[in-house]
Design a protein around this ligand. Structure first.
Ligand code: G3P
Ligand code: CA
Length: 226
């Protein structure tokens, strides 16, 4: 079975990284939702892609310099608010897995603390969460903190180097840009014991192509197309 991973929730259907996008992904049959995490000025983990709020909300400014209260006053699309990481986990719990992308600098430690609370109180299982990042240093930090958390290095250009990094991290998956992979790449990842979750695959022909390579999951703005 190929996992349907809803990118930023279901960004092709609803405002990205909002609760509305995550619940839509669930209702469209996603197995997992992908989200981007930053830390704001008051220390909360918030779900937003960019370093600033400018593109996705009606406000402007750097996420790292804004309080949660300021962030919550903004419209992230269709009246939605920027959610906290905890809110997303509460809304999708028991329905889908979550792929947390460490986007903001310094998010490894707070995400580790966040996850350990959920794993320890039994509300989430380790196998329902995947932590990814283009910043492989943050993934190394996460691995130092936690031997059990599932990790996946993201790669745009360095997809070959990502395989070595994934092995070094004892990662669960490798998450390459979809146009840089082929059957040989996927075989190589499999030989290293890795799953392959390419991103962001939206066109039906591209989805068919990567599924034909033998990937285990597809990250898409349209999880319903996978
Ligand atoms: O997880 C894959 C994808 O989300 C990486 O790119 O820019 O959409 O975060 P981006
Ligand atoms: Ca992302």
């Amino acid at each position: 079975m190929v996992l349907r991973i809803g990118h930023r929730g279901a960004a092709g259907h609803e405002p990205e990284n909002t609760l509305r996008a995550f619940t839509t992904a669930v209702s469209l049959g996603a197995d997992m939702v992908e989200l981007d995490v930053h830390i704001c000025a008051t220390g909360e983990l918030v779900v937003i892609h960019d370093e600033t709020v400018d593109r996705t909300t009606d406000g402007s400014g750097a996420v790292a310099e804004m309080t949660l209260r300021e962030l919550r006053s903004l419209d992230a699309g269709k009246g939605e608010k920027i959610p906290t990481l905890g809110e997303v986990f509460s809304v999708v719990r028991g329905r889908v897995g979550v792929n947390i992308e460490l986007k903001g600098f310094g998010t490894a430690e707070p995400v580790y603390d966040f996850l350990m609370r959920l794993f320890d109180d039994g509300s989430w299982r380790v196998d329902s969460v995947l932590v990814t990042s283009f910043d492989w240093g943050m993934l190394r930090r996460m691995r130092e903190l936690s031997g059990e958390t599932r990790l996946g290095p993201l790669a745009y250009e360095d997809v070959i180097k990502a395989l070595a990094t994934a092995s070094e991290l004892d990662a669960y998956s490798v998450n390459p840009y979809h146009r840089r992979i082929d059957t040989a790449y996927v075989s190589r990842a499999h030989a290293a014991g890795l799953r392959v979750y390419p991103w962001t695959v939206n066109e039906p022909g591209d989805i068919r192509r990567v599924v034909g390579f033998g990937v285990e999951g597809v990250i898409s703005d349209y999880p319903d197309r996978v």
